[in-house]
Write a protein that binds this ligand. Sequence first.
Ligand code: GLA
Length: 729
Amino acid sequence: MVTLIEYYKTFLIYTMKKIFLLLIVFFTCFQVSAEDRKTIRVSTDNTDLILKVAPNGRLYQSYLGSKLLNEQDIVSLPSASGGDASANGWEVYAGSGAEDYFEPAVAITHNDGNPCTILRYVSSESKAVDGGTETIIRLRDDQYPVDVTLYYIAYPKEDVIKTWSEISHQEKKPVMLSRYSSTMLYFSAEKYFLTEFSSDWAKEVQMSTQELQFGKKILDTKLGSRAAMFVQPFFELGFDRPANEHQGDVLLGTIGWTGNFRFTFEVDNEGNLRVIPAINPYASYYELAPKDVFKTPEFIFTLSKEGTGKASRNIHAWARNYQLKDGKGDRMTLLNNWENTGFKFDEKVLVELMKEAKHLGVDMFLLDDGWFGKRDDDCSGLGDWFVNEQKLKGGLGTLVQKVKALGMRFGIWFEPEMVSEDSDLYRTHPEWAIQIPGRKPMRGRYQLLLDLSNPDVQDYLYERISDILNSADISYVKWDMNRSISDWYTALLPANRQGELPHRYVLGVYALLERLTSAFPEVLFEGCSGGGGRFDAGMLYYCPQIWCSDDTDAYERTIIQYGTSFFYPISAVGSHVSVVPNHQTGRVTPIETRAVTAMAGSFGYELDLNLLSDEEKESVTKQIQQFKEYGSLIHNGTYYRLSNPLEDAYALWAFVSEDKKEVLVQGMIFRTEANMVRHCVPLRGLDAETVYRTKDGAAYTGDTLMHAGVLLPKSWGDYYPVSMHFISE
Ligand code: GLA
């Protein structure tokens, strides 16, 4: 029999248990309902990204699309995401090893060997930053002291969102990172059309579109610090149907990383798509020490409901306002000696080139490869950044004085990240080259790479380059990078941390560029990687101009520049007039056509001007005058693609001034036929009421030009140039 005392004891325990449970429920409910209300809105003028903390305390994407009108609806949005811990939940930064079976954003092996990470929302804040609003969201694992901070900067005017994340922890020992994406975005559409921009030497930015099917599609590079041979680090994503220039729902996205990147597109069993822009984890496991922070690259994207034209203009505006150091500036015309002299030159040859360039109106001379060390071909000399006084008697100072006496500026070529085995640098520091001990190194263009993750290498290069830049009045540096990275090994890291080299190499390049561009803020740094192999938003921050391709054939360039224009503003595109027959294709195009193509970029010449006929020289003088007149409109105006050169019989584009008072239409008609139809091409972005006039007095309203269009000229011969200028009174 139960005694009374025992009965009371049981009753008391039972009641206390009940109260305890009730308290837990009360506090949990209270907490959940508080968290449940937590909705984070990242907005531009036309786009909303809405994230929500679910009752389980985790953060889910509940919406990404056109801006929503009613603030009050945002809390109770219907969502395809499920918003819960299920395999198809749209978790904003999904960790590996839990119930999400798709590609994770982050994979961490904790120091006890556990591979699971579940991140819960901790806090968020927003603040105003240059051009927009920054939202910072803190997440933390529920079992381990692992923190992830998500950053979003929304640029309302440009309709661009820039996002990245930071991973850190306070576990006792290092953790191993094997996935570390910048962000994760989800979409729900009937169909997805992915356009990639594949690349190879002299064949950059070739566009192709495919419908995404169930499963994964990966775009990546493993070349180390360039993308030629793989895809460029950007993509276009059309929703429901492929977008065109003026119509369709489309996203343009790019990652700011001059290294191995990977875009993963995964269509799940319910037809939803997750997009994961990231550093490529290929051979790149990363040991993260307690309290160190792993910062992922920035992913920059825009959504447009008006096709790719609008999306590109958003990205251009953003890059010019916030990414390019001189996004609003003008560029000088240039003569580069490479396609003309190659390695064979001396001071006399160069001065002759400059004199003619000056005579025709060119502003700047760039001395390309071959001015340093022992460098008569591409087998030796890289790394010895000392002037070769056999070629340049009296050194750089004397040469630059001559350039200055002509009233021109001077620029110079470097390939800082490389070393030739036949060089004093390699003989002194063979351990600075990236190579695997005991294996024959793989050479690219006969050269090896320097280990840029090594601070001693960075210091050596900083000292050599700044010495040269201080030795004469130099306005411009062309920073080349002519091979891919292989043989990944660094003498600086122990065996278990070799996987960090791909990441640390890129940070080393950035650190060196940061030092140099800060020490020489007036110098324009141009990026190059055997052409456009390194055309990415990370490099663009330091090098606001990038040599677009070693293919200077005017016709093929219109296609390469068409693709490039999807992401990069015109001033960023290095583009020159070169000799005909063209060195890569043998094609002969009129000099006016080559000029029109090169003007849709940072304009210059790369040929022996002395060898031109008088007629051609006259044309060059006119082109340079034209660039001086329109250069500002070209680089600071809004760019409109008016044709698709892959489909149309002509390439056409236009620059419209910010106040819409001026427009320059340029391009080329590919082939001329007898009794040929002349096309009328509608212009874009003008003011309908404004009257625009040509130099010969014809006048049209913007309305007419945008609806009836402009009539292309009657062409004669193939690759016929088009150039029409309109200005309002
Ligand atoms: C690369 C560049 C060229 C030129 C050469 C010099 O190929 O793309 O423009 O600078 O290197 O070696």
